[in-house]
Design a protein around this ligand. Structure first.
Ligand code: MSP
Length: 686
């Protein structure tokens, strides 16, 4: 208690607006920050946006914006979504802010002064999606193209680009030693093992500047050849965790002193290497202390596909989802936000992957929120307020004392154990287990009512009734605290009904009791249930409001070969029987439905059209298609087409082509492939 506690999320790329995957990271960090604040820890919670690099520069270009215009448009959307979702961050950092840029330049100078930076030239593969250099052993081959395993898109070849290098190789052994000495450094254990085996394979020096584009922080030292370099975006981005604490442009200061030794970087497993290898190596080189913990979580998928900006069907908007789950809010945030937080944090133990399904979301909502918690609150408050006039809740030591047959004593024992366990699990960054423990206590309180039957006690004028009602009321007081880190809106609402206006602190047991620490309360009856049950009709209505239709359908319809009775094409096709392929080969082809946004002739190429095609991604694809002899540009605008979405990009007549339109015909095009009904852009075709 009263320890400094500093938690960070990754800073998000601003090439698109936040989706549920981003919300997950931010909500986990928020729940942990709320818990530590309740414990009285001096808590600081940082999030922000990652605004430099090739990816942002390219995204801006495709939208016809300058990078600065793009980042100024999108960064506030992140801040706004977090505000809407009630995220309690203390700071929001943007890497284009002067306070950050100054510190990145300072850090570079410190690293450089240790002799760890040198000039050379880089040649190799680069994934713009990851903003990372890869060796072929880290990629997969798809036809002729090398493809990044995260973005599943072909990587770019960087051809002998002059670059400043960081002597990363020097830090493999020191990092191994650090991880061995600090088992808490990388969590959960599986991720520590992954990093250790990566380190044991040895490290290559790292290119930490780029000269082929300009959107970044300038390298603060001169290249003797006069080339302008910008700092590698990961060196820039990682520094945010530190720069947000620095004041006056110095690498240090009171906030650094207070918080830096206690920082937890919460990250997705996709960016483990940057955080657990590069970042500590940069810090070691600059003689700065390392973060306490890198805490990695798994991925959320929708039907097995990672939720990501580029796959429309997986892009679930967290604001819409939470609105769909409930807008009631008497004491603060809408309750639907809590339902979403509960599902995300309860469904998957931190570190594991999870598949998002509405079945499990509704299942948990109805069983655990509406039934277990919601009903408990309703029936308890009904009982307490009903009997309040004649037998107000009152503590009575005789009915609270030790005794295995005494329900109040049993519930007190469970309360003490639960407080301890929930605190331990949240301290260990395990919200799923903390919720499991909390629900054990909720179950215990429901059983307490069934066992004691206050309505029968009232009829029998049982003298233990006031104490039974007091036990119930104090248990609700405790529950309002146990759920507060994950369910802040429900907690506020419940505390309102209990008349509990005291500070929201973590309940600590005194003399082996915790219910007895509850203050005097004045309960009122809720006008409506906290989590109203979602019946089938409510579920269906909600689904249609909040998710893209392709997420709802059982599976994307297969595109079948035409039935034999269908009319043959105008000219008989030349049929050659190609060698058969297996399903695995076919699955490598990523076919998607797209919509043509614009089409224009390609000068001096009578067969070619340049199309802009919406595939439901952040940016439309530029595709050059050999269909000009069959289709005029204006026949195509608005048309649905099928696209090979994972074809390696190519340069055709100086135009970048990022996919292929499916068309029928050998030498001449006879028609474009189509679906028998409209589907959203980006829908997978199998
Ligand atoms: N900008 C970098 C991070 C720099 S930190 C110094 C970046 N940004 S990102 O926007 O692509 O993703 C940030 C984080 O979002 C991921 O690491 C992860 O925490 C979270 N997620 C993105 N997609 C996710 C899922 N599908 N599931 C869970 N978390 C996901 O990487």
């Amino acid at each position: 208690m009263n320890q400094p506690f500093y938690i960070t999320t990754p800073i998000y790329y601003v090439n698109d607006v936040p989706h549920l995957g981003h919300a997950y990271t931010t909500i986990v960090a928020d729940a942990l920050a709320r818990f530590h604040r309740m414990r009285g820890d001096d808590t600081r919670f940082l999030t922000g946006t990652d605004e430099h690099g090739q990816k942002i520069e390219e995204a801006a270009k495709t939208r016809g914006l300058t990078p600065q215009q793009l980042v100024d448009q999108v960064a506030p959307r992140f801040a706004e979504v977090w505000r809407t979702l009630g995220i309690s961050n203390d700071d929001f950092i943007r890497t284009t802010e002067p306070r950050h840029k100054r510190i990145v330049a300072e850090l570079w100078k410190h690293i450089s002064s240790t002799g760890d930076i040198y000039l050379a030239s880089y040649q190799g593969w680069y994934c713009v999606g990851c903003e990372a250099f890869y060796t072929e052993s880290q990629l997969v081959k798809d036809g002729d193209a090398w493809v990044c395993t995260i973005h599943r898109k072909p990587v770019n070849w960087v051809d002998k680009e002059r670059s400043w290098f960081f002597r990363l190789s020097k830090y493999a052994q020191p990092l191994i030693e650090h991880i061995e000495r600090h088992p808490e450094f990388i969590q959960p254990d599986a991720y520590r093992n992954e990093v250790m085996s990566f380190l044991r394979g040895g490290l290559k020096d790292l290119s930490i500047s780029r000269t082929s584009f300009a959107w970044g922080i300038p390298v603060p030292e001169a290249d003797p050849e006069g080339l302008s370099h910008v700092i590698y975006v990961w060196l820039d981005a990682l520094t945010n965790y530190f720069s947000a604490l620095c004041e006056g442009g110095e690498l240090g200061g009171p906030l650094v002193e207070k918080y830096w030794g206690n920082v937890i970087h919460l990250i997705g497993k996709d960016i483990l290497r940057f955080h657990a290898v590069y970042w500590p190596a940069f810090l070691m080189s600059a003689h700065l202390p390392l973060p306490k913990t890198i805490l990695a979580h798994g991925w959320w998928t929708v039907r097995g596909e990672k939720i990501s900006k580029s796959i429309a069907a997986t892009r679930i908007d967290p604001v819409k989802l939470s609105e769909g789950l409930g807008s009631a809010s008497q004491y603060g945030l809408p309750i639907g936000i809590d339902a979403m937080r509960y599902y995300l944090l309860r469904e998957v133990p931190l570190g594991n992957d999870g598949d998002f399904t509405f079945e499990s979301l509704f299942g948990r909502y109805n069983a655990e929120l509406a039934n277990d918690l919601g009903n408990l609150i309703n029936r308890s408050l009904t009982l307490i307020t009903k009997f309040a006039a004649e037998t107000p809740p009152a503590f009575d030591e005789t009915f609270h004392a030790d005794g295995t047959e005494n329900p109040s004593f049993q519930l007190e024992s469970l309360a003490v154990e639960t407080c301890r366990n929930v605190a331990r699990e949240l301290q260990a960054c395990a919200p799923s287990r903390a919720l499991e423990q909390t629900w054990r206590f909720i179950g215990g309180t429901n059983r307490f009512i069934d066992q004691t039957q206050p309505w029968t006690m009232a009829k029998a004028k049982n003298p233990a009734l006031p104490h039974t009602l007091w036990t119930l009321q104090s248990s609700l007081w405790l529950i309002a605290r146990l759920i507060a880190p994950v369910l802040p809106a429900a907690s506020a609402q419940l505390r309102g009904w209990l008349g509990d206006h005291g500070p929201l602190t973590w309940p600590e047991s005194t003399s082996g009791r915790v219910l007895t620490t509850a203050p005097a309360l004045a309960c009122t009856m809720p006008a409506s249930p906290l989590f109203p049950r979602l019946d089938d009709a409510a579920q269906a209505a909600m689904l249609s409001r909040i998710v893209p239709p392709e997420v709802l359908k059982p599976a994307a319809p297969a595109v079948k070969a035409p039935a034999p009775t269908e009319k043959p094409p105008a000219a008989a096709p030349t049929t050659t029987t190609a060698a058969t392929i297996g399903m695995d080969d076919f699955k490598k082809v990523e076919l998607r439905a797209g919509r043509v946004l614009s089409a224009q002739a390609v000068p001096k190429a009578k067969k070619l059209l340049h199309l802009s095609v919406d595939l439901g991604e952040a940016n439309p694809r530029s595709i050059v298609a050999g269909i000009a002899e069959r289709y005029a540009p204006d026949q195509l605008v608005g048309k649905q087409v099928l696209v090979v979405a994972n074809l390696a990009p190519a340069e055709i007549r100086g135009i970048r082509s990022e996919g292929m339109i499916l068309a029928a015909g050998d030498d001449s095009i006879l028609g474009l492939s189509a679906l028998d009904q409209d589907v959203p852009a980006g829908t997978r075709v199998r």
